[in-house]
Design a protein around this ligand. Sequence first.
Ligand code: ADP
Ligand code: MG
Ligand code: MG
Length: 213
Amino acid sequence: DSQRGAESVQEILELFAEVCATHEAELGQLDAVAGDGDHGQGMVLGSRGAVEAGRKARERGAGARTLLIHAGTAWAESAGGTSGALWGSALTAAGRALADDAAPDSSAGVEALLNAVEAVQRLGGAQPGDKTMVDAAAPFAQTLDKQFQAQESLSAALAAAASVATEAAASTAELKARLGRSRVLGEKSLGTPDPGATSFALLMTALAERLKS
Ligand code: ADP
Ligand code: MG
Ligand code: MG
């Protein structure tokens, strides 16, 4: 039902906020190597804003869909920055795969995650190899889709996808950043993983862990 759906989405937002807070310093340090050092802060502010908006939406009796759409807007507004806009649109796109009057089932969950990654790719326009969040998100989505279609459970498919994302995020250390940074800064990023790919993998790993049956 609608209350149960909203509650489980809100719990996931709270989990994300917890993970962002735990890794704030580390994500900031990764971003300081070739960026402006604010990725940890942006993720903390964005996820907190999303939790707050989710709480308010629930007070008004919103279902999962409406809650997540509002949370996405709040994430983008609270975080600022590139990754904030991308995570905001990801949450909103995920919400559009859900219903308000029913708790999401496994296939709605998969649909929501695939929609989220698609929104990031559409809005950001990054290609794999550009050293962005997409380098973790694209293989994550491919694995999730493939495993779920091969009749794996949501939790098994998500665990496999999160592990692929973690490896892919680590592998971005070998890439030079191309988007939104000067060539000089791109060179500097060699040897350091992309902050946005790293935070994506951390959040999906936590989500997979939470949904383990
Ligand atoms: P800002 O760059 O505005 O300071 P953040 O530091 O929060 O924002 O986020 C930086 C991260 O955003 C990068 O590590 C990268 O993963 C991600 N990012 C930047 N541009 C794009 C893009 N066009 N597509 C996908 N992800 C991107
Ligand atoms: Mg930054
Ligand atoms: Mg910034």
